[in-house]
Design a protein around this ligand. Structure first.
Ligand code: FES
Ligand code: FES
Length: 161
């Protein structure tokens, strides 16, 4: 099958089989390696991407579902001011990072704050429950997301409360 979609802001076309996973298309057809090919069973979150604006697992999305969709990987997201804010929050909170699922954590933070600009501690942990990160301490994760939420509010509204 030939299918078209928007990848990191650009219209792209790919020839593939209907059942091929999005994670394989990203890595093999487009050489986008930030989303990792981890468990491939929907358990680890290392393959996370933004799929039509929602954090989604690229290992569970077959090619036939991507037609006309909009997909963002960290390679595209890294060009945004939101990326810089999230990175700042991660660094300031000393969030551990071996980089294995770092792109998933960054995209997850963006999707969470898009849907809920002021998440509670519990909502933060629930929002990240799909990312099984060995480097992430819950306390530091909560601190990081609160820092990022405040940076985003200051940018958008000129205040952090
Ligand atoms: S590789 Fe997709 S959830 Fe683990
Ligand atoms: S950054 Fe997630 S396992 Fe290390």
């Amino acid at each position: 099958m030939i299918t078209n979609f928007i990848l990191n802001g650009e219209d792209v076309v790919v020839r593939t089989s209907a059942g091929i996973r999005l994670i394989d298309i990203l890595r093999k057809n487009f050489c986008l390696f930030s989303s990792k090919s981890g468990c491939l069973t929907g358990q680890c979150g290392a393959c996370s991407v933004l799929f039509n604006g929602r954090i989604s697992l690229a290992c569970l999305i077959p090619a036939f579902k991507i037609r006309d969709s909009e997909i963002v990987t960290i390679e595209g997201f890294s060009q945004t001011i939101e990326y810089q804010e999230i990175l700042s929050g991660f660094i300031e909170a000393h969030l551990g990072n071996c980089s294995y699922c770092e792109s998933g954590k960054i995209l997850c933070a963006d999707a969470l704050l898009d849907q809920n600009p002021s998440p509670s501690n519990e909502e933060i942990l629930i929002g990240f429950s799909g990312i099984k990160c060995r480097c992430t301490n819950a306390e530091r994760l909560i601190k990081a997301i609160n820092i990022i939420a405040n940076l985003r509010k200051e940018r958008l509204h000129g205040r952090s409360s």
